[in-house]
Design a protein around this ligand. Structure first.
Ligand code: KG4
Ligand code: ZN
Length: 334
């Protein structure tokens, strides 16, 4: 029998829904991004983000059902992100799912957004365990080991800023707009080597820290301004990205030398960065990445892990609540 799962993602600034069937086919995938709303503001304003989700969610719901040629009564379960993320944003998706569950008697599957990023790999080219994952997103930078399905051990994480967040902050410093990652990536391609920026946390731990690199970049740009020295933004972007890449390669070398793996997954919004991915694939074997459209937040990744949870009978007993500080290791606990 074919089952259909409706997946909902609203943890940050994307209102997204997808429908998947038991054969792992994504029947429809709809995403409305708030990027344009926040471009001039340089980042997400949580209060605005939740209002935007409220405005969009019903339209997204109607569209995803229409595209998949399904009605809500044909849906067997609703998979929804319950954390981590912005509480107001999470609650819009969760309350929508709770209401559908109450009205139509549909089971709810609770999805951890970080685990979903890792499972985004399955949408393209399945992984083999042990799977070592590097999550590089706007909110997180984490090394995670999975030895079997739905098992996640955190090996290291950032002590301060996440990689995507650092990209966004440096983009703001250079007056580029939001989100900063793709803009810095393009700018860095035009930059020349020469400027020196420090490497972030080159020690024996698997934790990361990017605040030192951020401060050094701020100092470089601000001091040049004060001294009226012309500094090319392309060269700053190049030096910044170079330092980020060196750090990623260094930490991946440590992690892969300490942990056996069959697949090395690079996931999260920053994995859309082709310069970073090229550097990783040149240095490591068995690297897998999600398709670019599934690197940044989306509902297809919620759907694919939702199906796995559904197959393992992981459902909420009653209504779901948001857990904004959920960590990747956290398992659903009724
Ligand atoms: O995974 P994601 O969509 O949201 C979170 O769960 O955080 O990641 C968004 C982050 C943003 O910080 C954005 O600047 C970054 O991913 N990003 C990139 C690129 N595309 C998106 N960073 C570097 N290079 C890119 N091409
Ligand atoms: Zn994300």
């Amino acid at each position: 029998m074919n089952n259909y799962i409706l997946a909902i993602e609203t943890s940050c600034d994307e209102t997204a829904m997808a429908i998947i069937d038991s054969q792992q086919q994504i029947l429809a995938h709809v995403l409305v991004s708030q990027i344009n709303e926040f471009e001039s503001l340089g980042g997400v304003v949580p209060e605005m983000a939740s209002r935007f989700h409220e405005q969009e969610i019903f339209k997204v719901y109607q569209e995803v059902l229409k595209k998949a040629k399904k009605t809500i009564t044909q849906i067997d379960a609703i998979a929804v992100t319950y954390g981590p993320g912005l509480i107001g944003s999470l609650l819009v998706g969760i309350n929508f799912a709770n209401s559908l569950s109450l009205i139509y008697g549909i089971k709810l599957v609770p999805v951890n957004h970080m685990q979903a990023h890792i499972y985004s790999l399955k949408l393209e080219n399945n992984f083999t365990f042990p799977l070592l994952s590097l999550i590089i997103s706007g909110g997180h930078t984490e090394l995670v080991l999975s030895t079997k399905s739905l098992e996640f051990t955190l090996l290291g994480s950032t002590l301060d800023d996440a990689i995507g967040e650092s990209y966004d902050k440096i983009a703001r410093l250079l007056d580029l707009g939001y989100p900063g990652g793709p803009l810095i990536e393009q700018l860095a391609k035009l930059g020349k080597p020469g400027l020196m920026l420090p490497l972030a946390k080159h020690d024996q731990s698997l934790d990361f820290s990017f605040s030192g690199l951020k401060s050094a970049t701020y100092n470089l740009v601000n001091q040049a301004k004060m001294k009226n020295v012309e500094l090319s933004p392309e060269d700053v972007a190049y030096a910044f990205e170079k330092s980020i890449i060196k750090t990623i390669l260094y930490k991946l070398r440590l992690a892969t030398s300490r942990n056996k793996y069959q697949s090395l997954g690079i996931v999260g919004g920053v994995s859309a960065n082709q310069t970073i991915i090229r550097a990783i694939t040149e240095n490591f074997d068995d690297v897998i990445v999600p398709q670019i459209e599934y690197a940044t937040d989306n509902a297809a990744m919620i759907a694919i892990i939702g199906l796995e949870l559904f197959n393992q009978n992981i459902f909420t007993k009653k209504f779901l609540n948001a857990k904004p500080n959920l960590i990747v290791e956290d398992k659903w606990n009724n």
